[in-house]
Design a protein around this ligand. Structure first.
Ligand code: FAD
Length: 302
């Protein structure tokens, strides 16, 4: 089922959706564990799971295998991430054909990051420079590809475009090329998300925006991710993290508790769902969704 339909059904029931992002494990054992994880998530009613596409297109084959197997062998809906890194149009078309042939109806159309070591994104000579071009390419062949298309959004701005006005104009152009819904980069400051949604709506971006939340499991990892993606760690959280740098259990608990509070506020304020960056460690997101389902903050308004 398409994510837009999942969102519509959830809205009719007055509920949000929860989705979970995984990266393709390197080993068969890792894949087996991932299956167990997806099965363990099922009682929580995940709307869909998504599978990332490694930097530089490095996991392309594993992404395709995993997403097609998940679609075939589990009852949870799947979404394939697809990037433009190092690939010609023809190669991207072949990837899209494979995703479509597996019955996967949702793709997250991304430009991708430069491969490790490279500073700037260099498009393939016969490829795409921006995600908007990939979106337009998919939409240019509506009979061949009938995907529901998601795309990335950056509440605190994409690191390459610090000017928020320009970044938003670029996002608007991407959505106008045929995006059905947006998933945000991770953030720790809900106010940044609310401001972003207000600015997006004022700019005429009407598609659903799913906030991306990462329950961090250790301090170094959280700092590494935020440094990479440009998300800001608010000062009180930074201090709480610093106090737990050498306390792995304390850091993990802080990550779960902080993300729970973030999600509760977002849902109270009416976001259509939450997309969890699980880093393939689902216990934290499972605990958070279980608590959210038990407390239903979306019924509390606010
Ligand atoms: P774009 O939308 O193309 O934007 C990239 C930059 O170009 C922005 O600064 C934008 O403002 C600017 N820009 C866009 N259009 C124009 C224009 N016409 N003129 C000038 N500037 C322009 N990466 C992976 O490698 N694999 C993954 O699986 C993956 N999953 C992700 C999932 C989510 C939910 C998100 C938010 C990101 C994910 N990423 C992934 C990271 C993503 O690839 C990077 O953030 C990348 O740097 C930008 O991708 P994009 O699709 O947002 O690019």
């Amino acid at each position: 089922m398409k994510v837009t339909e999942l969102l519509r059904f959830a809205r009719e029931r007055g509920e949000p959706i929860f989705s979970f992002e995984f990266f393709p494990p390197k080993t068969e054992e890792g894949v087996r564990q991932l299956y167990e994880t997806v099965e363990a998530l099922r009682p929580l009613g995940p709307a869909f799971v998504s599978v990332t596409y490694g930097a530089g297109g490095s996991t392309r084959q594993r992404t395709l295998e995993l997403v097609t197997r998940l679609k075939r062998e589990t009852e949870v809906e799947a979404m394939a991430h697809v990037t433009c890194v190092g690939a010609s149009r023809e190669e991207i078309a072949a990837v899209l054909d494979e995703v479509a042939a597996a019955g996967v109806q949702n793709v997250l159309a991304l430009r991708g990051d430069p491969p490790r070591g490279a500073k700037d994104f260099q498009p393939h000579p016969d490829g795409f420079r921006y995600a908007s071009e990939l979106v337009a390419f998919i939409r240019s062949q509506p009979e061949r590809w009938r995907f529901c298309i998601g795309a990335g959004a950056y509440p605190e701005g994409h690191p390459e475009t610090p000017d928020l006005v320009r970044d938003l104009a670029n996002l608007k152009a991407k959505v106008d090329a045929g995006v059905d819904f947006l998933v945000t980069q991770l953030f720790f400051d809900n106010q940044a998300h609310f401001r972003f949604v207000d600015r997006a709506r004022a700019a005429g971006i009407g598609v659903p925006i799913l906030p991306g939340i990462m329950p961090f499991t250790n301090v170094d990892q959280a700092e590494r991710f935020t440094a990479m993606c440009g998300a800001v760690i608010p000062q009180p959280l930074r201090a709480a993290m610093a106090a737990r740098r050498d306390d792995p259990d304390g850091a993990l608990q802080l990550g779960v508790a902080y993300a729970s509070l973030q999600c509760a506020e977002l849902l109270r304020r009416g976001v259509p769902g939450i997309h969890f960056y699980t880093l393939n460690r689902s216990p934290s997101s499972r605990a958070i969704v279980a608590a959210l389902r038990a407390s239903e903050p979306w019924r509390q308004g606010g």
